[in-house]
Design a protein around this ligand. Structure first.
Ligand code: NDP
Length: 385
């Protein structure tokens, strides 16, 4: 018998949904580049229904209990007396989500001698102490690509919303107003602007592809150049550093993983290099950005608008300055947990668990850490040695 502790965001205050806006979601069989969507042996949920909250349980309970395993689903994860700390001590597997990150620290691992697998139901395992996981010989896996397109769509929505100044215009309508001059006083067309992504991985490249029809100039910076045919197809300008890209662009979208090297790399120095009135979108990780320096750059007008769905810490406290800073289009961490994304990462979580429980290899693209080193996607995206 294996004990699986699953940390999910709480049900909505009004309760787990009992009806849905749509009856189904499109079936997606593969991602750009050909990787197949998750292939578990079976699923016990209806795609398009809520799976990411505590009641949703990622659709795992029947599968795990039928096989004689124990599933504990909780949302309480903060502080030394949290349900997570209590349940982790004899757990074999911990599942958590970047949207409601259960920080699996070295201290927590030390109190959980049986812990063998930390599984991210989504993408981004920076909430797990990867060095400690390597030292302990643990496996860390995530459902690579499951919500990359979801995040890319959210990013494009935010770019358009910021530049056209959509949210204040909607607020005018909701409050019964019709002040057109006020509504358009910060509203521009995206057409003709220079749009850059820092990191052109799965999400960054998907953002570039989606922005192409807006007749903008497209730029990127990454450690590695994209294939020549992709650069030509999208008419991309490559920059040798994030700072060089920022100087050339009107809109910068951040898609770097959070590692010790990228922690607060977007700081006062970086903002000072940007054109006055630039826009920034960050759907990667909140800790990539210096919290106070960003507020100051928005207050001074150096940055014209900032949107994103990632914060540090999460959940963000009620007085987090990003909730009230000027010209922000923040959302809670939702871009990668649309109902469509949930169906894919729940299926991927099940696929990884099936492999783990049956002693079969986990797909390479899902692996971050295994056997004392970065492997698979981890070797590519997280290994900063
Ligand atoms: P990928 O691994 O596909 O791409 C990451 C890219 O970042 C790679 O191309 C890598 O370069 C590049 N890179 C790493 N460090 C740097 C750096 N310092 N400067 C420039 N480029 C760098 O990841 P995804 O596109 O799938 O995801 C990106 C990030 O988005 C995730 O790490 C995660 O934090 C976040 N995310 C957020 C979600 C949300 O819900 N908001 C959901 C999913 C992901 P190379 O390959 O050339 O080495």
């Amino acid at each position: 018998m294996v004990k699986i502790v699953c940390v999910l965001y709480p049900d909505a205050a009004k309760g787990h949904p009992t009806s849905y806006a749509r009856d189904s979601i499109p079936t997606i069989a593969s991602y750009p580049g050909g990787q197949t969507t998750p292939t578990p042996k079976a699923i016990d949920f209806i795609p398009g229904q809520m799976l990411g909250d505590v009641t949703g349980e990622l659709g795992l309970r029947k599968f795990l209990e039928d096989a004689g395993h124990e599933l504990v689903v909780i949302s309480d994860k903060e502080g030394p007396n949290s349900a997570l700390d209590r349940e982790l001590v004899d757990a074999d597997v911990v599942i958590s989500q970047p949207f409601w990150p259960a920080y699996i620290t070295r201290e927590r691992m030390e109190k959980a001698p049986k812990l063998k697998l930390a599984l991210t139901a989504g993408i981004g395992s920076d909430h797990v102490d990867l060095e400690a996981a390597i030292e302990r010989g643990m496996t860390v896996a995530e459902v690579t690509y499951s919500n990359s397109i979801s995040v890319a769509e959210h990013t494009v929505m935010m770019i358009l919303s910021l530049v056209r100044d959509y949210i204040p215009q909607h607020d005018i309508v909701r409050s019964g107003g019709w002040d057109i001059a006020d509504a358009v006083s910060r509203s521009y067309d995206v057409e003709g602007m220079q749009v850059g992504v820092v990191a052109a991985g799965r999400i960054g490249l998907a953002v570039l592809r989606r922005m192409k029809p807006f007749d903008v100039g497209l730029h990127y910076y990454d450690f590695h150049r994209l294939p020549k045919d992709v650069e030509e197809e999208l008419n991309l300008t490559y920059h040798p550093s994030a700072a060089a890209l920022a100087q050339a662009c009107d809109i910068v979208s951040i898609h770097t993983p959070l590692t010790p090297a990228t922690d607060t790399m977007y700081n006062a120095d970086f903002f000072a290099k940007m054109k006055r009135g630039s826009y920034i979108v960050n759907c990667a990780r909140g800790k990539l950005v210096d919290t106070d320096a960003l507020v100051a750059a928005l207050q001074s007008g150096q940055i014209a608008g900032y949107a994103g769905d990632v914060w540090y810490p999460q959940p963000a406290p009620a007085d987090h300055p990003w909730r009230t800073m000027p010209h922000n289009g923040m959302t809670p961490h939702t871009s990668g947990t649309s109902l469509s994304a949930q169906a894919r990462y729940a299926a991927g979580t099940r696929e990884i668990l099936e492999c783990f429980l049956e002693g079969r290899p986990i797909r390479d693209e899902y692996l971050i850490v295994k056997g004392g080193d970065f492997v698979g996607t981890g070797a590519h995206s997280y290994d900063v040695k």
